[in-house]
Every structure is written in C-alpha cells, then in structure tokens.
Design a protein around this ligand. Sequence first.
Ligand SMILES: Cc1ncc(COP(=O)(O)O)c(C=O)c1O
Length: 399
Amino acid sequence: MPDSLPAARALQLAARVDAIEPFRVMEMVKAAAAMTRAGADVISMSVGEPDFTAPDVVAEAAMAAIRAGSTQYTESLGLPALREAISGWYAATHGLDIPPQRIVVTAGASAGLLLACAALVADGDEVLMPDPCYPCNRHFVSAFGGTPVLLPSGPDQRYQLTAAQVDAGWSARTRGVIVASPSNPTGTSMTPAQTRGLLDAVRARGGFAIVDEIYQGLSYGETPVSALAFGDDVVTVNSFSKYFGMTGWRLGWLVLPESLVPAVEKLAQNLFICAPTVAQRAALACFAPEALAIFEARRLEFQRRRDFLVPALRALGFSIPVMPDGAFYVYADIAGLAHPDAHDSAAFGMAVLRDAHVAIVPGGDFGFAAPQRHVRFSYATRYERIEQAVERIAALLRR
Ligand SMILES: Cc1ncc(COP(=O)(O)O)c(C=O)c1O
C-alpha cells in the first residue's frame, strides 16, 4: 500500500457527454425528498412510475427461479419462452402475427431504444421527433453522434409528429423518426390514421421509424392499434415497466424488422450479454390469466384517476386542449392561471411544491417549443392523494 493515495484528478470526458442534459425533474424530486425528510406531507405527482408493483404470481415466479438456480445468462435475444409468450400476447391483444424471431428482450425500453439507435444512427445523422417528447430520446440519438431534430407538435396534432412535418423537415441528413404513442409527457396517442400516414411518409424516404409503445397497454379510448399493424419495417419498443408494473426489474422488448435482428443481436451480445434472467423468468407469469386480470383492473383504475383529474384541473384554469387517452400523464398549459408564476413553469412547479406540497414536473425537460407554459402531472398516485393534491392546488390558486 502506498503511504498516501494520489490526489483525485478530473478525467477528460468524451465530447458526447456535453450533448446530454441532466434531468431537471430530478431537482424537483430532490427538493420534494428534502421536504419529506423535514416532515412535510408531499404528494408526488412527478415520477413516471406506476404505484402498483408486480403481482404476487410474478414475484413468486421470480423466487422460484432463484431457488431453482435458473439464474444463468440467457440467449442475448432473450429467453425463447418469453419471446414466444410476447408473440402470443400480440396475437391475443392485437390480433397480430409477430413471430418470436422478431422479438428481442431487452433491459427495459431504455436498452431497447439504445440498441435501436446503436443499430440505426450514425455520426451526423438527423432524427426527427415531436416537441414535446420523452427527454431520453434526444440523448439516445446524440450518444451515437446523431442530431435530434425536435419539431414543435401542438395540441391540434395531438402533440404527435405528422406526415406533413416529416415531408417538410426531412433533410439530406435525416435518417428516421422516433415517436411514442401514447406520449410522455402528453398522454396522447397517434390515431391509427396518423400512424399510417407517418409511417408512409418515412417509408417513402427510405428512413427508419422507431415507435415507442411502452404506454400502449394503458389506453383509455378506442382499442389501441400497434404500429406493427402498418408494416413489418417498423421498430417498436415496449416494456414490462409501466402496464406490467415492473419498473425496477429492468425488462422490455423490441420488435424488429427481420433483417435488423442479426445486427441487434450482435450489439446486445457485446453491450449487455442479456436482459436480467430472473426478471425474464418472472415475466413469463405476466401472461397468466390471473395476472392479466390484475393489469386490466389497474388500467381501469388509472382511467378512473384520469377521469377525475383532467376535469378538476380544467376547472382550476389549467388548459388541457386534448383529452389524454393513455399513459398516466396530463400535460397542462398554465398560462391562463391566476398565479404570479404562471408565466414560468419552473417557478410555478417550485411554488406548487413549496406552498401546496405537491410535486409536479415543469415542461423544461421535454423540449424547447413551449416548456415555460407547461407542467406535467403524473396520476400514478392513489386516487385519494390525487383528490387531496387538487384541493391543495385549488387553495394555492385562491390565495
Ligand atoms: C416514453 C418512455 N420510453 C421509455 C421509457 C423507459 O422505460 P424503461 O423503464 O422500460 O426503461 C420511459 C420511462 O419513463 C418512457 O416514459
């Protein structure tokens, strides 16, 4: 052992780190945690995480796998039985024939997005996405040397990218699009006609379409239609995190065009080896009838919360021009509110936390078009707590 350790020194960072912005919402989460530690009763409507966790039958399957020692690496593309179960789920819930060979099990939708971008985005490529959108999407693109191009997508187009925007925004460097339906932060889905139009526009230019369907199980309107119904050249992303309530288990999947599977397999082998084995074995139990009945009951409970929250916020003066039809988010325009910080969502978010003890997310993380006018509410919180939160915000706005 040397007498003394060398002084800590800062290592030179790769340039790509500069393109990655920190999650501003974490400031809010930290401030809320500090208030809670100090004894305040803070209602969290900030995190994008279901308050439900894996059903018992899934937890039991995980424990059985551990006890049986079924914990070795799986194939990089995923446990064959799970790929088959996911394929069966597409047939049962969407009437789609998706062969297991096109399904790749990943460590959450995050690893799916990462693998898809690793396979498709090269230095200097542009990728179109709506503004607002899930913040990590632009960072997945920039991590591989690409440039995310965010196109302002307002309520008149359900906050989703349109075929017309693809036509107008496509440059010689554009390679594809990334969208999510339903969307985080807006909870709005593309209509089937919008999806078809978007995919046709991308296809006409020989580009790729990555469609994140992580929230599609949590849809409250018409039966959702997967982008996979509109062609086998689409990359879709999905996950056990949200609908199946398994955020920390780190499990998701991609459905790929068949020609992309060998490239993604090679990348997965090298970057991750495989998704967590225990989580994969446990996830098999998600497709048991008793688990599916629990997920359906939870979906209805999310819908009940939405049906309370949206009118309640509108009555307080928040503008929500499109009824969110999925996920567990409400993206609300604060510009018309009678509050001194209504011109600045970051200041308004802090005021709501400080004075109403409700944690919400200011728009800044989700894009550049109108972040100061918007906040995101997550209703992945008990119904009674949502009622309380609305009362508190009403009192704050009356002050
Ligand atoms: C739109 C969207 N995609 C992907 C993810 C990442 O999910 P996962 O936990 O499956 O990695 C999230 C998480 O909030 C999300 O909102």
